[in-house]
Design a binder for this molecule. Structure first.
Ligand code: DI6
Ligand code: FE
Length: 422
């Protein structure tokens, strides 16, 4: 790769100490998937200033620090672009029921499922919620995750949704990770609105969304579009409100059936459609045309023992960007390992190792509206990267239950384990 410096439309030059990171094998995860065997990075303050062959480094400069990475592979910080990691309690009892053959939908229709977590979350104070959620975020961060999306959706009152989102923001201050929050008040119908789903959606659209956005708690809006949740028409009412506020949109779409949610979301230019087991060629094409990322969630597929897989061939043929995320939640995806999600995305869904890596870096950044600043080692991006103890990047998503992370660098600062995390 030829060295690139700055770019048209790049953010203003960063300030702060200049550091050189040399002796790196770079998987830049840029659009061309550039690999550099003898590479180097220059960071200024918290930003990457220069990336290229070490042999092409600009003439010696006054570096505050020089780090020799001794030939290790370096990737951008990983991005988990779909989680519900703020919650209280567990649903291990429901998992045990599912092992005996009861379906996820059955449990949900009987008042369990998401609603059991809603009861637990409403009863939990903010500190308890933080304490229960922190180990999940710590597990992700330990694997090299430097940006994470956290959804609300277990409060389902204005106060309890706000509580979840505040805890998400607080986690972002306590851990070396960028947190993007998503309002998922339209996750399921709360009991107090039984029989009044349209009214519930209108309350979110007219009252909660503007109020929570005004408090700086919302980066995007999501809706679970499904027969056990909300219809396409209801999702559209929410999206109209989001558009008015200038908020980006996401959708839990075609997870358990095909309702047509993806086609609506793409008409609204949604950042992502997530799950997609019941999507087909029309959805893949629509996502490619609107630049909507297909977020694949293989841990939920695995834990729900789903049979139907996302339409990988159609997504590839259409050229749809595919991301991979944990979906960390107590019901369908009780786990906090993005590397395991990569393994499942390759083995269960058939992604290549390269697709899985792009899915937790460049494409995941796009799914969060962070393209250009995250998910690739390019000038102008955040200096968030991971140094790995691997012989090749094929080892990411290969090991199961083994973490080959050597060092995480966030905002150009080396993170120390375990002292910083607990
Ligand atoms: N789909 C999912 O897989 C999660 N939410 C959603 O809309 C599950 C959330 C849960 O069961 O608690
Ligand atoms: Fe989800």
């Amino acid at each position: 790769m030829s060295a690139t410096q700055g770019a048209a439309g790049a953010p203003p030059p960063a300030s702060g100490p200049l550091q050189l990171w040399r002796g790196a094998r770079l998987a830049t995860c840029d659009a061309a998937n550039t690999r550099i065997q003898a590479g180097a990075l220059i960071t200024r303050g918290a930003t990457i200033e220069w990336v290229g062959e070490e042999a092409a480094l600009p003439a010696a400069r006054a570096y505050a620090q020089v780090h020799d990475l001794r030939g290790a592979w370096v990737t951008p910080g990983l991005i988990d672009c779909h989680t519900h990691l703020v919650f209280a309690g567990t649903r291990a009892d429901e998992y045990a029921q599912r092992l005996r053959g009861r379906s996820y939908e059955d449990i949900a229709r009987a008042g369990g499922g998401i609603l059991s977590t809603v009861h637990a979350l409403r009863a939990a104070g903010e500190q308890q919620l933080f304490d229960e959620s922190a180990p999940r975020l710590a597990a992700l961060v330990a694997e090299g995750v430097t940006a994470v999306e956290i959804k609300s959706g277990y409060g389902l009152t204005l106060q309890d949704e706000a509580k979840m989102l505040r805890v998400a923001r607080q986690l972002g201050r306590a851990f070396p990770v960028t947190v993007r929050t998503t309002l998922l008040a339209a996750h399921t119908l709360p009991p107090e609105y039984r029989g009044r789903a349209d009214e519930y959606i209108d309350t979110i659209a007219r009252e909660w969304l503007p109020a929570l956005t005004g408090e700086g708690l919302v980066d995007a809006v999501d809706v679970f579009c499904e027969s056990i949740a909300f219809s396409v028409a209801q999702a559209e009412r929410l999206f109209t409100a989001a558009r008015t506020l200038g908020l980006p949109m996401k959708m839990h779409a075609e997870q358990l059936s095909n309702l047509g949610g993806t086609l609506l979301a793409t008409r609204y230019g949604a950042l992502s459609c997530d799950h997609l087991e019941y999507a087909g060629a029309a959805e893949a094409q629509a996502m490619a045309s609107s630049g909507t990322v297909a977020v694949l969630l293989p841990v939920a597929y695995y834990c729900l023992a789903e049979r139907r897989k996302p339409p990988l061939a159609a997504l590839r043929a259409a050229g749809t960007a595919m991301a991979v995320a944990t979906d960390c939640n107590p019901g369908s995806a009780p786990g906090a390992s993005l590397l395991t999600a990569m393994s499942m995305a390759t083995r269960l869904f058939g992604l290549t190792a390269e697709e899985a890596l792009a899915g937790v870096t460049r494409h995941a950044a796009r799914a969060l509206g962070l393209a250009g600043t995250h998910g690739a080692l390019v000038p102008g991006a955040a200096a968030d990267f991971v140094v790995w103890n691997v012989g090749s990047t094929d080892e990411l998503g290969y090991w199961i239950g083994l973490n080959p992370r050597r060092t995480v660098v966030r905002a150009a600062e080396i993170q120390r384990w375990p002292e910083r995390q607990h």
